[in-house]
Design a protein around this ligand. Structure first.
Ligand code: PLP
Length: 385
């Protein structure tokens, strides 16, 4: 391990804060919850699984007409499970609203598993206009399902979830959302907005550790999905049946990740719920944007499109700026950031979620100033104007 000249987060003082949207920095108490081995068949563990499923439904604004299915693996596993369960295969198709890599990947999964789909692609910085969206639905009756990415973590852009969900429902179609990087902080209420399917994972805004993902879904859709899956392990209906029958996973559960997640759920509640968490993330993002503006580094997105989850910055033009050096020097000061993921523009990203507050972000800004000075980076204007 490199010599670290900083103090990291509580519980891992000799390692950096993760300014990445999953895995992210967790609290010391979430990490401490990992210090026990749980038997997957034991009554305490099955009770814990049940509690998690109930609490997720409550947080997502579900009424009794919804079910919660937990799935081993990272977020993409639940995405593929949900698409395999609900996306139609013949005659009807799924409209994927894409403005970043996660939209592209959903379309790729659909195609790979033989489900008809159409992609409406916008640039990484553009939200689909609701009028454009409703026209697509009105003009093409073969679109029976919609897949939206709530917060596109590629850039951090937040798409108009409630509005598109309501327009979809008034037109009698099925609305599905990848709320991976937004659930737990941004306002999501499935029953209120008529969202049929929502997917998220353990290691984003709930601030747990990686290991599992989950699908919240209208029970009638879940029941109708029996036999639809393209996969044995990702069969959502069978996974649900197993959980309902005896409270157990069909295959080895990520016991530690689940125990840590229940602790993370308690801490979300203690913080004041999703509204309080959103306020903290907004303070983090505002502090970061203000600091970067002072330095002169430009954000990719305008303030009204950028959410509080992750910020994308345009790489400075200065030839002395090399991302790998910048990254490594920041890491030695205690902060791990994220490379850019845009196809068109040279950029890097800094996540503002996880167990961190604006004081930590202020230290990030100071560290960035120091590193830029050390690297002799002066021209902060974007490299690709
Ligand atoms: C993190 C994330 C995913 C899932 O990615 P994994 O690497 O499988 O965890 C999917 N969609 C969005 C928007 C995400 O932020």
């Amino acid at each position: 391990m490199p010599t670290m000249n900083f103090k990291g987060p509580a519980g891992q003082e000799d390692m950096p804060y993760l300014l990445t949207p999953g895995p992210l920095t967790t609290s010391r108490s979430v990490k401490q919850a990992l210090l026990a081995d749980w038997g997957s068949r034991d009554i305490e563990f099955r009770k814990l699984v049940k509690e998690i499923r109930e609490e997720l439904k409550r947080l997502a604004g579900c009424d009794d007409s919804y079910e919660c299915v937990l799935m081993q693996g990272s977020g993409t596993f639940a995405i593929e499970a949900a698409l395999g369960a609900f996306a139609p295969s013949k005659r009807k198709k799924t409209l994927v609203v894409a403005n970043g890599a996660y939209g592209e990947r959903a379309a790729q999964i659909l195609t790979h598993i033989g489900r008809a789909n159409e992609k409406v692609s916008k640039s990484d910085t553009t939200q689909l206009a609701p009028e454009h969206f409703t026209k697509l639905l009105d003009d093409d009756k073969s679109i029976s399902h919609v897949w939206l990415i709530h917060c596109e973590t590629t850039s951090g852009i937040v798409n108009p979830l409630s509005e598109l969900a309501r327009e979809t429902k008034t037109r009698g179609r099925v609305f599905m959302v990848d709320a991976m990087s937004s659930f737990g902080a941004l306002d999501i209420n499935m029953a209120r907005d008529g969202i049929d399917v929502m997917v998220s994972s353990s290691n984003k805004c709930v601030e747990g550790i990686p290991g599992f993902s989950y699908v919240l879904v209208k029970k009638e859709l879940l029941l109708a999905s029996e036999g639809q899956s393209h996969s044995i392990v990702l069969d959502l209906f069978q996974q649900w049946k197993g959980l309902e029958a005896n409270g157990q996973f069909r295959f080895t559960p990520p016991t530690h990740a689940l125990v840590a997640f229940r602790q993370a759920l308690r801490e979300l509640d203690e913080e004041g719920g999703t509204a309080a968490r959103l306020r903290r993330y907004k303070r983090n993002a505002d502090t970061l944007l203000k600091g970067m503006a002072q330095i002169g580094i430009q954000p990719l997105l305008s303030a009204n499109a950028a959410g509080p989850i992750i910020q994308t910055f345009l790489t400075p033009a200065d030839a002395n700026f090399k991302f790998e050096d910048f990254y490594e020097k920041l890491r030695q000061r205690g902060f791990a950031i994220y490379p850019g993921k845009l196809t068109k523009r040279d950029s890097f990203r800094i996540g503002t979620i996880g167990a961190l507050d604006e004081q930590v972000i202020e230290r990030v800004v100071t560290a960035i100033k120091d590193v830029l000075a050390e690297l002799n980076v002066k021209d902060m204007s974007p490299r690709d104007k």
